[in-house]
Design a protein around this ligand. Sequence first.
Ligand code: SF4
Ligand code: SF4
Length: 446
Amino acid sequence: MLGFTQQRKFIYEQHVTGPWQRLRKATFTVLHLILFVTPWVVIRGNPALLIDLPRRRLYALGAIFTAADTIFLLLLLLFLAFSLFFFTSLFGRLWCGFACPQTVFLDSWIRPLEEWIEGDWVRRRKRDEAGWSLDRTWRKALKWGLFIGIAVVVAMTFGSYFAGARELWSGQGSHLEYSIVAIFSAVWFLDLAWFREQFCNYLCPYARLQSALTDAETVLVQYETGRGEPRGGEAAKAEGRCIECNKCVFVCPQGIDIRQGFQLECIACARCIDACDIVMEKLGHRTLITWSAMAEVTGARTRRVRPRTLIYGGLLGGIAAAALVLMAARAPFDATVQRAPGSLFTMDADGFVRNTYLLRVTNKEAAAAPVPFHVTVEGLDDAEVIVQDIALGSTESRTVPLIIRVKARPDLPRTIPIEVRVTSPQRSVEINATFKTEGHIGTALR
Ligand code: SF4
Ligand code: SF4
């Protein structure tokens, strides 16, 4: 492999078809549908998925999460991380070959367009090696122009998850949002048009974790040495050994030879499996490159269920259970109480002790009709609670003064623990606070 200090060796991969490529195409179609349709879907008046960073809100499948729900974000990140660990320990880099956005866009749009405009892999290489000409220039200009268009569409789509699809595509986004989209478009263009496999080989952190996440029992794309070697020679065709046609190397988008054993550069795209399948089928044999565990190739016993998969699976189950329990207990609104700045308490002319707080309520329900909230106080006998009516629409927040008064008596302690209860038609939220007085020892705190 060539490093940054050496000259880039461009890869001209040969086109290949086969059952694994058909399965990948079907997967890509589903992923495209999810990616491009989701930002436009509305559930109960809100986007199906929107990460509203300025307002610190997440809209997901009809639920609205605020900064107070950060625990769910943490659980989601943990779940995604352990899912990656779990599936990698079972099937290696399945993500890279079947679901990574770079792979999906390269194989769905970029490579087919390249082949359509510049011809097959042999023509492309010959034209590039011949140097600049009018023929090469117009083809490159057309190709890069289309790549820029694709990069902009992809960046706008990703941006729709943060700025809202309708706002962004109708030109109602902010200058900052369009600036970020422009930067992402440039990054996508450079990656899809030029950087490609170098991203996997030099920058992707997931690729670096492979050796730690896989073992001899992980199912990977492997060359079956036992059936394939010794390769070449007249008898190879009849015996089903490797005939050294190199088709598996020609189709590889990473420019590696899988016959040299498992390599970190392999993205599990299975192109070499289909390529070898075509060759060996004509000779009446099975493909020499298969999905198999390293231990299987050497004839050793392999297990799908092993300590590593059990630990990852158990952690995944635990995280999912915790998320479900927390979701069931989650209130459809947030409420906080803070003491109003200024004084701990005041003495009213009618002989009442007054404490003033600021009550903030955020309605997280997606329902269109405003939700009324009722406020009561526990822990203070004969307390007078003064607060204005609160009715909030979906995602609306309001901060209102909350005044609690109680008749001054000599037996009142200086600090009384109280519970402010905010109740909606569905649930109630209790907030612990304190009520301050002058106290029976008569110390003035004002
Ligand atoms: S070795 Fe095979 S599976 Fe791995 S990247 Fe190359 S073509 Fe894809
Ligand atoms: S495609 Fe199969 S037969 Fe041809 S070189 Fe690769 S492993 Fe050998």
